[in-house]
Design a protein around this ligand. Structure first.
Ligand SMILES: Cc1cc2nc3c(=O)[nH]c(=O)nc-3n(C[C@H](O)[C@H](O)[C@H](O)COP(=O)(O)O)c2cc1C
Length: 392
């Protein structure tokens, strides 16, 4: 990693990244922006929406490609992403209250054993241990362990408002939020926290948002998206609050209920009722307009001696992202597309997981994604959006 600097510096704490980032090419994009327009002058760059722009949840977007929730910590990061040509920029998941970050380090490189570097959902390797260290190699796979930190709404609301306003023509800021489960909360309290957070997001001027149901770093035994009936109740309550604004939900990998043929090309899905149930509880009821899939895949991380790689209690497992989860992401997208057709619905699919090249973007579009995003791949290649545009 000698001459290249990711826009999120994995060698610094989250707070230092928040205060001093973005770095590398994104810092340069902001500096160029300030030079051209005067600092804080808002949307810069292209004067008009591209002729080839497409509709994305009611908005014209130049290229339906961008960065999902996580690495864009605040308005400076999202604005830099816009200026670097990422036309969809997701503002990091926010909460109804300030929430601390897991201890440093928060990112490690991971090295799966399979020949193509994939981690297969349900495979023994995920429980036996995947090597994790600080050797960052392309195509990049990492683990991230943050615990979904959030600033207080008094801080993130005005910042998110600025982020929305900084989008250029044909660009769109997508806020991300999630509920916060705290000691003593009833299920109704938990649903109400989602609704309150969605309301705080609407107050920034947002007219769409993505709700995270899938963070494995919050206690990895059970994710919200493993309880589709509860997701159905929450999204109904949130949709009642946000009205006509589009609601997307972010899903983790949900395995097919029954398959034959393992993970090879000969695989046949006999029964996909678990994922279909999620769709029936949400999009089929009109409460959800888009699915964003996938989030990270939880794996036990070990160092070269087989010891726990991330320090501290409860961090023996962590979410893996980047190239290792590309096959799983493509699989989820293809299945969401098949269910969309089967149920004759028209929800939008945002595909992500391991996108590091124009070929990956094309593969996700071919699998049925209406838009594609990259977190890890974009962190390690700030030119990824420009490369995809050049390859069109
Ligand atoms: C540094 C980092 C932080 C992340 N934080 C969040 C988050 O706050 N909310 C969320 O929904 N997903 C979060 N994610 C997950 C990504 O949005 C994405 O689902 C995952 O990384 C897979 O995409 P990728 O392979 O392109 O990285 C984060 C990912 C990274 C790399």
């Amino acid at each position: 990693m000698s001459d290249f600097e990711p826009f999120y510096d994995v060698n610094l704490s989250y707070d230092d990244n928040y205060a001093k980032g973005p770095f590398g090419a994104f810092a340069a994009a902001l500096a160029a922006d300030a030079g051209e327009t005067g600092a804080g002058a808002g949307a810069a760059g292209a004067a008009a929406v591209d002729e080839t722009a497409v509709d994305f949840l009611g908005h014209k977007v130049n290229l339906p490609f961008g960065i999902p929730a996580g690495p864009l910590l605040n308005e400076r990061f999202t604005t830099a992403a816009f200026r670097a040509g990422f036309d969809l920029a997701t503002y990091k998941t926010v909460r109804s209250r300030a929430w601390g970050c897991n201890p440093f380090p928060n990112v490690l490189a991971v090295h799966p054993q399979s020949a193509d570097g994939s981690l297969i959902p349900g495979s023994a390797e995920l429980d036996e241990g995947v090597l994790a260290d600080t050797r960052y190699e392309q195509p990049i796979s990492i683990s991230n362990s943050f615990g979904v930190p959030s600033r207080d709404p008094d801080e993130w609301q005005p910042d998110m408002k600025r982020a929305i306003e900084a989008a250029g023509p044909g660009q769109l800021l997508i806020p991300s939020f999630q509920g916060s489960r705290v000691e003593g909360m009833t299920t109704d309290d938990y649903i109400a926290d989602h609704v309150a957070t969605a309301r705080l997001v609407t107050e920034t001027g947002a007219d769409l948002m993505v709700m995270n149901t899938s963070c494995p770093n919050e206690g990895h035994n059970r994710l919200l998206c493993h309880d589709p009936a509860l997701v159905g109740r929450i999204t109904e309550a949130v949709k009642n609050e946000i009205g006509d604004r589009a609601l997307a939900i972010k899903l983790a990998y949900i395995p097919p209920t029954e398959v034959t043929g393992g993970w090879g090309p000969e695989r046949t899905i006999v029964d996909d009722s678990a994922l279909e149930f999620m769709v029936r509880e949400t999009a089929a009821r009109g409460t959800v307009q888009a699915f964003s899939a996938i989030n990270t895949i939880s794996a036990r991380l070990v160092d070269a001696n087989g010891e726990q790689a991330l320090p501290g209690a409860g961090r023996d497992r962590s979410g893996v992202c980047g190239r290792a989860i590309r096959r799983a992401g493509l699989d989820m997208v293809a299945r969401l597309a098949a269910i969309r057709e089967k149920l004759d619905l028209d929800y939008t699919i945002v595909g992500l997981g391991g996108v590091v090249s124009p070929e990956d973007y094309a593969a996700y579009r071919a699998a049925g994604a209406d838009a594609v995003m990259s977190a890890t791949g974009a962190m390690w290649d700030a030119d990824l959006a420009r490369k995809i545009k050049a390859a069109r």
